[in-house]
Each structure stands twice: as structure tokens, then as C-alpha cells.
Design a protein around this ligand. Structure first.
Ligand code: HEC
Ligand code: HEC
Length: 159
């Protein structure tokens, strides 16, 4: 497997089908000589990269970002500096001014640590992704929901 962190690979694969539209509207990279502009498999050449792999492509970056947004139930502006409903071209994606972006970096590292441990505990291909915990919310639930119907409640042991 490529060096894409396992969590990102899983998350990206889960939304691969919807990523192409993003890739096409991605802000142009600072024109690398070798890569034709608009090629989704060309390196994304991120301007401010601290966690994602150096060789990540436009397509993979788009899939990863889309997976983040879907997993937390948010849009790009939750982590990036830009108008909430504005066009992607109005965003400064390289900026770290939005504190959620750095929290997300910490979450990627945390999830990678969990994914290094999981195969030692459960199946060898066990994984977590952002969605495993977040389930479409910024703050994962700490306690389980009440059962939908009292009859479904776990029975107390007979005394
Ligand atoms: C949960 C937070 C989060 C959400 C939501 C999110 N991003 Fe990101 N994004 C990040 C992080 C973190 C990085 C930097 C990763 C690193 O440092 O390696 C990043 C980096 C980027 C970059 C590269 C910037 C550079 O350095 O050149 C682009 C482009 C980008 N995001 C686009 C998007 C788009 C488009 C969306 C909405 C579909 C989005 N992001 C949603 C967290 C997020
Ligand atoms: C093991 C569970 C777990 C995983 C996996 C996980 N998170 Fe989180 N995340 C949490 C918890 C718990 C919080 C704290 C929520 C709170 O403040 O109540 C949190 C908080 C956050 C926040 C801050 C939310 C806020 O309102 O301030 C961001 C952003 C975030 N996570 C992004 C991510 C991204 C992106 C991923 C995938 C790379 C990810 N998380 C994976 C459990 C997880």
C-alpha cells in the first residue's frame, strides 16, 4: 500500500465515488512544471503540509477532505479560512488561522496510533476512521442513546 496513512486511505476509499467533482474545482497548485494542470493524479504539492503524505495527489487530497467533512457533518469552512457558503476559490486552504485545522491534524495522528494498536487487539485489518467516532457530528457521543422502545432495554438480572 502507498504511504497514505491507513485512516486516510480507508476514509478516502469510502467516498471515492464522489470525489471527482472536488478535484475538478480544486484551486490550481502552484503550477509544477511536470504535472499538467487539472490532472487529478498529479501531486497536490500542498503549501502547508504537516501530516498528510508528501506525494498525495489532487484526487487523494480531495477524497480525504471530503471524508473529513462528511465524517464530521461539516463543510470546508469548519476547518479552513473562507466564506461558509462561498466558492472554493475564495478559500485560503494553506492558512492555519482556523484552530479546527490543527485539531484535525492531531486527530489524524491519534487515529494512526489507534490503527497501529488495533490489529494487535482485534482482527489484523481492523481500522478506525474519523467516521468511526464522529458519525456525522463534531463532538462524538459519550454515552449510548436510550433504547428506542422500553421492551428493547437490556433486562436487569432477576434478583
Ligand atoms: C476536519 C477538518 C477539515 C475539513 C472539514 C476540511 N479540511 Fe482541508 N485540511 C485539513 C487539514 C488538517 C489540512 C492540512 C493537513 C496537513 O498539514 O498535512 C488540510 C489541507 C487542505 C488543503 C491543502 C492546503 C495546502 O497546504 O496547500 C486543501 C486544498 C484543503 N484542505 C481543501 C479542503 C476542502 C476543499 C474541504 C471541504 C471539502 C476541506 N479541506 C475540509 C482539515 C480539514
Ligand atoms: C477515537 C475516536 C475519534 C476519532 C477516530 C477521531 N476523533 Fe475527532 N474527536 C473525538 C473526540 C472525543 C473529540 C472531542 C469532542 C468534544 O469536544 O466533546 C473530537 C474532536 C474533534 C474536533 C474538534 C471538534 C470541536 O467541536 O472542537 C475535530 C476538528 C476533529 N475531532 C476531527 C477529527 C478528524 C478529522 C478525524 C479523522 C482524522 C477524527 N477527528 C477522528 C474523537 C475522535
Amino acid at each position: 500500500m502507498r504511504q497514505l496513512p491507513s485512516i486516510l486511505f480507508a476514509a478516502a476509499a469510502a467516498v471515492a465515488g464522489v470525489s471527482v467533482a472536488w478535484a475538478q474545482t480544486a484551486p490550481p497548485a502552484p503550477a509544477p512544471a511536470a504535472a499538467p494542470r487539472g490532472d487529478p493524479d498529479a501531486p497536490a504539492n500542498m503549501k502547508n503540509r504537516k501530516v498528510l503524505p508528501a506525494n498525495i495527489t489532487h484526487r487523494e487530497l480531495g477524497q480525504t477532505m471530503r471524508a473529513f467533512a462528511l465524517s464530521l457533518g461539516v463543510r470546508c469552512a469548519y476547518c479552513h479560512v473562507g466564506p461558509p457558503d462561498g466558492p472554493l476559490s475564495a478559500f485560503d486552504f494553506a492558512s492555519d488561522a482556523n484552530p479546527h485545522k490543527n485539531i484535525a491534524r492531531g486527530m489524524i495522528r491519534m487515529a494512526d496510533r489507534i490503527n497501529a494498536e488495533l490489529p494487535k487487539i482485534a482482527d489484523k485489518d481492523s481500522r478506525v476512521s474519523c467516521y468511526s467516532c464522529h458519525r456525522g457530528a463534531t463532538k462524538p457521543a459519550l454515552v449510548p442513546p436510550e433504547p428506542p422502545h422500553p421492551a428493547d432495554a437490556p433486562k436487569a438480572p432477576a434478583s
